[in-house]
Every structure is written in structure tokens, then in C-alpha cells.
Design a protein around this ligand. Structure first.
Ligand code: ATP
Length: 259
């Protein structure tokens, strides 16, 4: 099992709970979506899996990646896992790039961190198909661009490419579709689905239940708690909890207002 989270509770040192007894698992080749409104605790769960919480947080429970508890692993082992086997795509692409370094240079650096020393031309040859797969055609221009010259949606896709070029086994995608227009969003979701079919596992985080339609399972969160957890079909077609029904209703209303 690539990821198995058991009884995860995260509190501040003041005692306030951000996440309250969450459990879920993601099998190889599966996508699980965590869905919930702003402040539900979704990003806190992702940051915990990625070992990004500082000492202001108290973490209880287990986060097993391929049978190893990430909360208790030695730093050296974690350095081998994060960025290579387990990759995290952040909510805000603008903060992920160094504004004064060209995109290609940044991608080369990321690639070389986890792979053998190969030439810049070879790195471009390896990464270009990934950029194309994510809907970017003008790859040479993107490679030479500074971050400010690309749109938010393009930067978001470059960030996804940066994660995918290391062929991770588990991808954590936190609100990655927010900056992308509807057409490219659908394309991206289809690509993530294909990557799962090729064996990658995905933890997908969104506030929009519609974006979770391509996942195998959905976990609904509200105020740090698990509201409902089950197969995507079950959650979409016969939700049990009022909050899930509310989220589904909000999606339908938005669709009707757009029509
Ligand atoms: N260090 C902190 N101090 C105080 N509150 C915090 C801290 N870290 C997180 N929180 C609170 O924990 C809650 C969960 O935040 P989190 O970012 O995980 O939510 P989210 O579901 O990802 O929301 P969004 O969709 O807006 O990103 C929020 O109410 C947030 O303000």
C-alpha cells in the first residue's frame, strides 16, 4: 500500500486541533481525493505526509508509506523518499519558483537532485514529453522563460511536470487545478487518471467535488474531521451526510448558474 494514514490527529501546542482522527489509504494506481471547504484541514494533512510541519504542531497517529512510518523515519531515509518517490505539488505556483532563474535551469536542478548527472540536452529530451503531456506545446520558449513570463496556469503545469519528471510513486496534488482554466483542468485530470492507470498513486486535494470525479475514492473533511469516506460512485450518487449533500448541491448550483 503506497499510503496508509491511521488515526492522524494534528494539534497546535495550545491544544487546538487542526485535524481530528483521520484515516485513509491509497492503493497502487489509485487516486483518492480529499474534499472540503477552506480551513477543513486538507493542506495540513498533505504537509504532514510530506514532513513539513514544524515543532508548533503535535502529530499523533501513523503515516505509512510502503510500510514505513514517515513520522518516525530517519532524516537520511526521508531525503531519499521526498522529492523522488513522494512528490508534493503546492497550491500556489508563484511561490514555487525562483523569480530570477529561467524555468529550464530550475527544472534541470530539480532533475539532477534525484538522477544521474546527464547533459542539459538530455534533460530537456526527457522532460519535454512531460510538458507536452500536460498541454504545453511551446516547450523551448517555456524552458527559456523566467517565471513572470508565464501565466499562473502554465506555471502550475510546469510545477506538475517538475514533480512528474522523477516518476514518483505517490503524487500529492494540493488544489493544483485552481489556477487552470476549465479546458486545461479537464485535460490535467485525465492525465492524472492515466498516470494512475500506469501505476502512480495520487492524493488529490480540492474544495470542488466535481474535480474529484476521476478519483477512485473520496474523503470529505470539515473542520478537521472526516465526514464521509468511500468510493467516488457511492459519494457522488448516494451521499449519506448533510455536508456531502451540501457540497454536491453547491456544484450543481454553480453549473446551473454558468449555463
Ligand atoms: N500554525 C497555525 N496556527 C493557527 N491556525 C492554524 C495553523 N496552521 C493551520 N491552522 C488552521 O488550521 C485549519 C486548517 O488549515 P488548512 O490549511 O489545512 O485547511 P485547508 O482545508 O487546506 O484550507 P484551504 O482549502 O483554504 O487551503 C485552518 O483553520 C487554519 O487556519
Amino acid at each position: 500500500m503506497p499510503l496508509d494514514v491511521r488515526n492522524l490527529t494534528i494539534s497546535l501546542t495550545s491544544g487546538e486541533k487542526m485535524v481530528d482522527n483521520i484515516s485513509f489509504s491509497i492503493a497502487k494506481g489509485e487516486m483518492l481525493s480529499i474534499v472540503g471547504s477552506s480551513g477543513a484541514g486538507k493542506t495540513t494533512v498533505c504537509r504532514t505526509v510530506m514532513g513539513l510541519l514544524d515543532t508548533n504542531y503535535i502529530i499523533q497517529g501513523r503515516v505509512d508509506y510502503s510500510g514505513e512510518n514517515l513520522l518516525a523515519l530517519a532524516k537520511g531515509r526521508l531525503q531519499k523518499i521526498y522529492g523522488k518517490e513522494v512528490c508534493y505539488i503546492l497550491q500556489n505556483p508563484m511561490t514555487a519558483f525562483n523569480p530570477s532563474v529561467r524555468i529550464g535551469k530550475q527544472l534541470e536542478k530539480t532533475y539532477l537532485k534525484h538522477n544521474d548527472d546527464i547533459s542539459k540536452t538530455e534533460i530537456f529530451t526527457q522532460v519535454e514529453p512531460i510538458l507536452r503531456r500536460l498541454g504545453m506545446e511551446d516547450t523551448k520558449r517555456i524552458w527559456k522563460s523566467y517565471p513572470f513570463a508565464l501565466s499562473g496556469g502554465m506555471l502550475q503545469r510546469v510545477m506538475i511536470a517538475a514533480a512528474l519528471m522523477n516518476s514518483p510513486r505517490l503524487l500529492i496534488a494540493d488544489e493544483v487545478t485552481t489556477a487552470i482554466d476549465a479546458c486545461n483542468r479537464m485535460g490535467l485530470m485525465k492525465e492524472l487518471r492515466k498516470l494512475c492507470d500506469e501505476g502512480m498513486s495520487v492524493l488529490f486535494v480540492t474544495h470542488d467535488l466535481r474535480s474529484a470525479a476521476n478519483s477512485n475514492q473520496i474523503l470529505i473533511m470539515n473542520h478537521g474531521k472526516m465526514v464521509e469516506y468511500g468510493s467516488t460512485q457511492k459519494i457522488m450518487e448516494s451521499p449519506k451526510e448533510d455536508y456531502t449533500k451540501y457540497l454536491l448541491g453547491a456544484c450543481r448550483l454553480e453549473r446551473r448558474e454558468r449555463a
